[in-house]
Design a protein around this ligand. Structure first.
Ligand code: HEM
Length: 472
């Protein structure tokens, strides 16, 4: 059988297509969607360098991210590798799989023992200063609360104060955002100059990395001195001590993975929550549902563990925000070998872009995809439905009322063996924050504030969404 090759894949052609991509690089998700709509499920992306293909069909995405994941490496992680070379999101192969099992255990333990109490405390602390009639920047509010929740769960209290006092995690993100040039549609020769242009950012990033690492090393030394973890242990203590997770993490892994958890643990979540609050602010009926469900939150943290299962509207708002505004909006993979997909044969080194932004907004899977409609997650209630693309089991039990989708038509947390380790943490924190906010406050969107998604390393709203607070 004769296979089709890359040159047979449809897609925009010529220098004007390159230029268009470069010009609209912060709208990259929008551009990819246009390419998918114009050229179909398998489309060529006109970025110079290694051949690049956009995959929009859930079956193909599943193959690349999950069933045939061993044929691919991560792509576009150069900067992350410089920042956190031993972080879970940057490492590959056996070492990734080994590290994963220890991290999974640690995440489970902090989720059951530590997060309910500390997240509630941090949430209440974040809400305390709000006043009737205040104008609230939702982006900053969500960022401050999620960062506080994350660091409280991850670090022992003393270390948390030291770390967050001295290091601004936003600084890392700004650097990452400024240097996502791997996506820019610039010719290969100019890509060399890109490194020169990035030099100040790179130096700044390496300085920050040194500072955070020094601080983390000091925290690790203190944790080791203090000894065994105890039932309320934070992630740093669990990973350093190792007795509850099948052995301690090696030193270089420890520091890089604490940094990974801190960054991955708040930046992604706070973007989604910003959009969730902003969209809810436009619908009085949704706010009423959220307030009603939030009013059933308890001041006893342990009692809230099962609360989200009885709060379908809150759950649906979060799902819909993850669908329309997936903070991780693309997962590119590069093939290590010659790769056959459908009737095409691609050379080793081809880069395959999967994009949550593109596939989540495809009307074949989500009718009226550009409308924020949490109701779509509530229709056709079923007691056991297929949820996200989990790595551990093909079918994930969800609260009754969730609609069934192809697991890779909706994949905000990735899939396969790299499936997000913090999903359950995010689910819990997101529900808690929305419930606590809406039970006390009604939000009114500020006139003439029109945030739109910008496609940095994560997808962020620009300008920040502003609301006026009204006490219920
Ligand atoms: C809305 C919130 C979140 C979103 C959308 C999200 C998304 C993702 C995605 C798409 C991946 C897969 C990356 C890939 O395949 O290359 C991932 C991996 C990961 N996430 Fe999340 N994440 C979120 C929250 C969190 C939280 C709260 C934590 C930790 C506290 C976390 C920790 C991680 C880690 C450690 C990995 C690497 C997993 C591995 O490779 O084994 N994430 N996340």
């Amino acid at each position: 059988m004769a296979f089709l090759r890359l040159q047979d894949v449809p897609g925009p052609m010529g220098w004007s297509a390159h230029y268009d991509l470069f010009r609209r690089r912060l709208d990259m998700g929008v551009v990819l969607r246009e390419i998918s709509q114009a050229h179909g499920d398998l489309a060529r992306i006109p970025i110079p360098g290694a051949p690049k293909v956009l995959l929009s069909h859930p079956d193909d995405i599943q193959e690349v991210l999950a069933t045939k994941a061993a044929m691919f490496r991560l792509f576009g992680q150069d900067l992350l590798r410089r920042l956190i070379p031993w972080g879970q999101i940057a490492i590959e192969g056996q070492v990734h799989d080994d590290n994963r099992s220890q991290l999974v255990l640690a995440m489970r333990k902090i989720l059951s023992r530590r997060i309910p109490r500390l997240s509630l405390e941090q949430c209440q602390r974040g809400l305390a200063p709000l006043r009737d009639g205040d104008m609230l920047d939702l982006y900053q509010f969500a960022r401050d609360v999620t960062l506080a929740m994350s660091s409280a769960a991850l670090f022992p209290q003393a270390a948390e104060r030291e770390l967050t006092g001295r290091v601004d995690p936003d600084a890392f993100l700004k650097i990452l955002s400024n240097t996502n040039a791997w996506l820019l549609g610039i010719p290969v020769v100019l890509q060399k100059m890109r490194h020169l242009a990035q030099l100040p950012h790179t130096l700044q990033m390496l300085r920050l990395r040194r500072r955070v690492h020094a601080q983390l090393r000091e925290s690790i030394r203190l944790v080791r001195q203090r000894g065994a973890s105890g039932p309320q242990a934070d992630a740093l203590t669990l990973l350093t001590d190792g007795s509850e997770i099948g052995g301690p993490l090696r030193d270089e892994f420890l520091a890089d993975n604490m940094m990974t958890l801190l960054l991955a643990g708040y930046e992604t979540g706070h973007n989604v929550l910003t959009w969730a609050m902003w969209e809810a602010a436009h619908r009085e009926d949704l706010q009423t549902h959220l307030a009603e469900e939030g009013s059933r939150l308890s001041d006893d943290p342990e009692a809230n563990n099962e609360w989200i299962n009885t709060a379908p509207w809150t759950d649906a708002v979060v799902q819909e925000a993850l669908r329309m505004y997936p903070s991780v909006w693309t997962l590119p993979r590069q093939s290590l070998f010659e790769y056959r997909l459908r009737d095409h044969l691609f050379d080793a080194g081809t880069i395959f872009y999967t994009s949550q932004w593109v596939t989540h907004r495809d009307p074949r899977w989500f009718p009226q995809p550009d409308r924020f409609q949490p109701e779509r997650w509530l229709e056709a209630a079923s007691p056991s439905v297929k949820g996200e693309a989990d790595s551990t089991s093909a079918v994930v039990e969800k609260p009754a009322g969730r609609v069934k989708h192809h697991p890779f038509a909706f994949f905000p947390f990735g899939g396969g063996k790299r499936f997000c380790l913090g999903k359950a943490v995010f689910d819990f924190e997101a529900g808690l924050l929305l419930g606590s906010l809406f039970r006390e406050w009604r939000l009114e969107p500020v006139q003439n504030c029109h945030p739109r998604p910008r496609f940095y390393v994560t997808m962020q709203p620009d300008p920040p969404p502003l609301v006026v607070l009204r006490r219920r």
